[in-house]
Write a protein that binds this ligand. Sequence first.
Ligand SMILES: Nc1ncnc2c1ncn2[C@@H]1O[C@H](COP(=O)(O)OP(=O)(O)OP(=O)(O)O)[C@@H](O)[C@H]1O
Length: 270
Amino acid sequence: MEGVQEPDPDLLIEFDNVALRRGRNTLVGPLSWHVGPGERWVILGPNGAGKTSLLRIAAAELHPTSGSAHILGETLGRTDVSELRPRIGLSSAAIAQRVPSGERVADLVVSAGYAVLGRWREQYDDIDHDRAREMLAAIGADHLVDRQYGTLSEGERKRVLIARSLMTDPELLLLDEPAAGLDLGGREDLVARLADLAGDDMAPGIVLITHHVEEVPQGFTHVLMLRDGTDVAQGPLSEVMTAENLSETFAQPIVLSAEDGRYFARRDRR
Ligand SMILES: Nc1ncnc2c1ncn2[C@@H]1O[C@H](COP(=O)(O)OP(=O)(O)OP(=O)(O)O)[C@@H](O)[C@H]1O
């Protein structure tokens, strides 16, 4: 990639004029987006806005068609992604679907460091198992350690997969709709766990995709609102999470309220 600028070593994600095209369709961009250390971002936008595609570029799973994309100081197109990916924790529905139902939770989490799904290898050390249990405990799922993945509820599965994505001690944690499909209690439980994680200084930078402002955990710092692949608005939550920006993003009049660091939205029927 000629003409690509050098990465800023202080940024976790540094996308400049990034675009992703498939045939005649532009799925993402052109979009510039920078994520700094300690930041906790939420990506909001309607179905088909390009949220998952953007996150997959950040996960080094997709290469942008144009623009410059640096992740953790490495430049996509110039770096060996097999070395970059273990530095990124990713939890998504696509990964969830690939987990064999008979997989034991302990094995699923411990194998993350070796990037295998559903392939139990016996050479993991005690230190790996201790860390797996620690990651499960961090997300309130340590009691599930001996269960089979297929027997877990939707909410339990989400938490186990987040524990798995933390296993490698990633510098960047990417969560694609972690609260999708959860009931009210399950959602509140997960949102509270993510708020704890957001408040932990030792936790990696976090980017979370959601469809619902109610799922934005307390302690999140920034928001990127996407529509038709591009950013309607982005920046600190306190400035950018407004009814006006949500209305433009979702192309309908939205009323927004906030309480105790949580947000609530509905359509304005007046
Ligand atoms: N390989 C592909 N070829 C063509 N179009 C694609 C391809 N993959 C995704 N798309 C389209 O790109 C757009 C963005 O998809 P993406 O999954 O990134 O959106 P999203 O915001 O995550 O949507 P949702 O909220 O429904 O999950 C969609 O219109 C989708 O149909």
